[in-house]
Design a protein around this ligand. Structure first.
Ligand SMILES: *[C@@H]1O[C@H](CO)[C@@H](O)[C@H](O)[C@H]1NC(C)=O
Ligand SMILES: *[C@@H]1O[C@H](CO)[C@@H](O)[C@H](O)[C@H]1NC(C)=O
Ligand SMILES: *[C@@H]1O[C@H](CO)[C@@H](O)[C@H](O)[C@H]1NC(C)=O
Length: 467
């Protein structure tokens, strides 16, 4: 009996192994089909300036992830202001790192669009492969075909319904969507994946990106939530790190953004042939929301079907074992590093500068003056908006109307032209909205949603900001 059972057992094992073999062969055939066509990527860092070090660090790292995956340089288009590596403040001239023990991620990154060529017009024309519309830069555009796979990654500050560029106009959610719709109508991709790191990045797609365009998007945060910088702090009592920190010589500069390093460190260590975008989304969401005091909710939009594609379809296979470039992503699921809400990273930098400067020095004094100036500009714009809300909706309801968040599946605003023109009206009377001030775009959107007339917006803005 025992003997016979063994025979049956062996026979069964043989059957199973044949089956597994067939299965894995058909899976690999399926994967080959999926990866037929060219992989393209567009990587955009939307900021400039030393204190925004991390956005260009993120984008350079993304380039290395894709390059290691075998994407060709001619198919990766990089937008970055390029004022970091050789910045006089850089303690490591010519080098950019994206985590504490990180290697140089700047080396080899193509300078397709740098300086003022990093703008919305060029970005849109690059996506639409409109070579004649591109001004400056390398002229590289997304000349993709119907079987191709496209990955777009953006890192910077944002605001409700907007992401920013270091030069020229902001990008509004409706404009990005129109470009994606046009790209779809051109029939020049099979599937397209977008990752966006920015404050309120969910508002770029919520209620806007429909299913059916073969586009899958994930964002660092909900429509009404900040995104977070990470690898900040240096482990001193003033700047404790709960997990890995930045480095002391970086003095208050954060080396990365939480959602961004989460996906890249995941792509660095996972087998991209067997791991899907969906798996990555789950791991990244878990890490980014591990401690919500210092984190956010990662969101997904569009065609969720696309998320069951392997990472390799967009990012290539990781031939090279470069887990030494990365921190072990698993160690983050419970611990949280020193993260700073993106909007507060400027204050964090100035505060650190002040703390670190020698007692009684000019440097210490200047940092304090600057810190106080930034704080007072912030309360000024907060007060202006609050005042405007009170004038329009009454002292009781003003705040509530301006800050109300529409339910999921409804866009920030119904009439994007109204938002754009009311922002202009507000700015004409109250001053230009800064990175910080853009948090109030939701308030202005709600003024449009409440159907306040143009005349009323003009007169109340003038009144709110007259003193
Ligand atoms: C290409 O860009 C130019 C300049 O922005 C524009 O006038 C033209 O309409 C664009 N063409 C297409 C096909 O989008
Ligand atoms: C989040 O981090 C803060 C600071 O370290 C800590 O006080 C708090 O307990 C953490 N919360 C959770 C849920 O881990
Ligand atoms: C990659 O390298 C790390 C450290 O060098 C090693 O522990 C790990 O086993 C390697 N992984 C593979 C798949 O070779």
């Amino acid at each position: 009996m025992i003997y016979r059972d063994n025979i049956v057992g062996v026979f069964f094992l043989v059957l199973v192994s044949i089956f597994v073999n067939i299965e894995s062969r058909s899976i690999s055939q399926f994967l080959t089909q999926k990866t037929k066509g060219t992989k393209w990527a567009v990587l955009i860092s939307g900021s400039a300036g030393w204190i925004n070090y991390r956005h260009q660090a993120d984008v350079c790292h993304a380039y290395q992830v894709l390059k290691a995956g075998g994407l060709k340089e001619e198919n990766i288009i990089v937008f970055m202001y390029d004022d970091i590596a050789y910045n006089t403040k850089n303690p490591r001239p010519g080098v950019i790192i994206n985590n504490r023990q990180g290697h140089d991620v700047y080396k080899g990154v193509p300078k397709d669009y740098v300086g003022d060529d990093v703008n919305a017009k060029n970005f849109f024309n690059v996506i639409l492969a409109n070579r004649s519309g591109v001004v400056g830069g390398s002229g590289k555009v997304l000349k993709s075909g119907p079987n191709d796979h496209i990955f777009i990654y953006y890192a910077d500050h944002g605001g409700p319904g907007v992401i920013t560029m270091p030069s020229g106009e902001l990008i509004h959610a409706d404009e990005l969507f129109n470009v994606l719709k046009k790209k779809h109508a051109l029939g020049t991709y099979d599937r397209l994946v977008i990752y966006i790191e920015a404050c309120e990045s969910g508002s770029m797609f919520d209620g806007i990106l429909p299913k059916g365009l073969n586009i899958y998007a994930t964002t660092a945060s909900k429509p009404d939530e900040n995104s977070f910088a990470t690898y900040c702090g240096d482990g001193t009592p003033d700047h404790p790190c709960f997990g890995p920190c930045s480095l002391p010589e970086f003095k208050g500069i954060c080396l990365g953004d939480l959602y961004s390093v989460a996906w890249m460190e995941d792509s660095d260590v996972q087998d991209r042939k067997t791991n899907t975008l969906h798996g990555q989304y789950s791991r990244v969401a878990k890490r980014t929301a591990a401690n919500l005091t210092y984190g956010s909710h990662v969101m997904q939009y569009g065609d969720l079907m696309v998320s069951f594609d392997p990472l390799a379809t967009y990012m290539g296979e990781n031939f090279k074992n470069h887990s030494d470039d990365s921190v072990d992503a698993k160690s983050f699921s419970t611990s949280s590093s020193r993260n700073v809400d993106q909007r507060n990273s400027e204050l964090f930098y100035l505060f650190t500068k002040h703390q670190k400067a020698p007692e009684g020095s000019d440097e210490k004094y200047e940092a304090l003056v600057k810190l106080n100036k930034v704080k007072s500009q912030r309360s000024q714009v907060d007060n202006n908006v609050k005042h405007l809300g009170e004038l329009l909706f009454g002292v009781e309801k003003g705040n509530e109307v301006l800050n109300s968040v529409r339910p999921a599946g409804k866009p920030l605003v119904d009439n994007w032209d109204c938002l754009k023109s009311y922002v202009k009206i507000f700015e004409a009377h109250c001053g230009r909205l800064t990175t910080y001030g853009r948090r109030h775009l939701r308030g202005i959107a709600n003024i449009c949603n409440a159907e306040i007339t143009n005349e009323k917006m003009v007169s109340m803005s003038a009144q709110a900001c007259s003193s």
